[in-house]
Design a protein around this ligand. Structure first.
Ligand SMILES: [Cu+2]
Length: 284
């Protein structure tokens, strides 16, 4: 029995020794800058790989925060000077179009290029999305095109609205936060773009989005202390307050107003009109 214990102790020691020496070789015991993100695509190349990360395990219609890392195989290091740019493109049966997206920036983590894309529609059997990536690696310009699948959100709730305003302009409004709604006054955040043409989607600034959350399953009651979303120049998003007084299904009725206060889309909720044509859906 004693011998067995002795052997066991040696085994444990050797295992921990092996893992220790492993750690030492990797040296970087820093915090993983893509911790908690899912690697959804990896593009292999002869001398490097491109890794694409998202908070969710797949790309969905709506707002998708995306992180990109490029690993140089020769140095086994993530590149910090790749200066990548990207262009999402949907190949439809009769046309092609892009989607609202930010630039990729690595100012938070030098090895992680971060941005977001608002996919305004899902792919299907014959129509699909591609992301074209351009970057430099060891002084060479590189282009990669990645075919990605974009599905409707798994929960079936509407959080992205593509519509024509009363000004005849096409708009795309996408929900950003809260990702994890609480029975509380939540920080509400959304992004608003207009469609100038198939390839150009400028951000819309200084409009206003009114907020009226209701529970259709409970007499369409509302909640107190909501705040309309206004444009925040620092975050380049629309921010307001969303008051949720209980768990369940909420329809967040919205109205979009331009800088003159003209209503471009959406209606007030009244006795005779239970919902706005512009809304987000939540269930928690
Ligand atoms: Cu499309």
């Amino acid at each position: 029995m004693k011998t067995l214990k002795y052997i066991f102790a040696i085994l444990i020691l050797s295992v921990s020794f092996v893992s220790c020496s492993d750690d030492d070789e990797n040296t970087s015991v820093e915090v993983n800058p893509v911790e908690g993100l899912a690697m959804i695509y990896e593009i292999p190349a002869a001398d490097h790989t491109v890794q694409i990360y998202s908070e969710k395990t797949a790309l969905e219609v709506g707002y998708n925060e995306i992180s990109i890392r490029i690993k140089d195989k020769a140095s086994d290091k993530y590149v910090t000077n790749a200066a990548p740019t990207w262009m999402p493109m949907m190949h439809m049966e009769t046309m092609e179009h892009s989607a609202p997206h930010t630039m990729l920036k690595n100012d938070e983590e030098s090895t992680v290029y971060k941005g977001y894309i608002v996919f305004q529609m899902a792919g299907n059997d014959t129509e699909y999305w591609e992301i074209a990536l351009n970057y430099t690696l060891n002084g060479q310009a590189v282009e990669e095109t990645l075919r990605v699948s974009v599905a409707q959100p798994a929960d079936g709730l509407i959080k992205t609205q593509v519509f024509t305003g009363s000004d005849n302009i096409r708009y795309i409004l996408a929900y950003v936060n809260p990702k994890d709604p609480q029975v509380a006054i939540n920080d509400l955040q959304a992004v608003l773009y207009k469609m100038e043409n198939m390839m150009s989607f400028p951000m819309v600034e200084n409009y206003k989005i009114t907020v009226d959350p209701r529970m259709p399953g409970m007499g369409n009651h509302s909640s107190p202390n909501n705040e309309d979303m206004i444009y925040n120049a620092a975050s380049k998003t629309y921010t307001g307050k969303l008051s949720l007084t209980m768990t369940g299904y909420w329809k967040v009725n919205l109205k979009l107003l331009n800088a003159n206060g003209d209503v471009l889309k959406g209606e007030d909720v009244t006795e005779s009109n239970p919902e706005s044509s512009l809304y987000f859906e939540l269930e928690f």
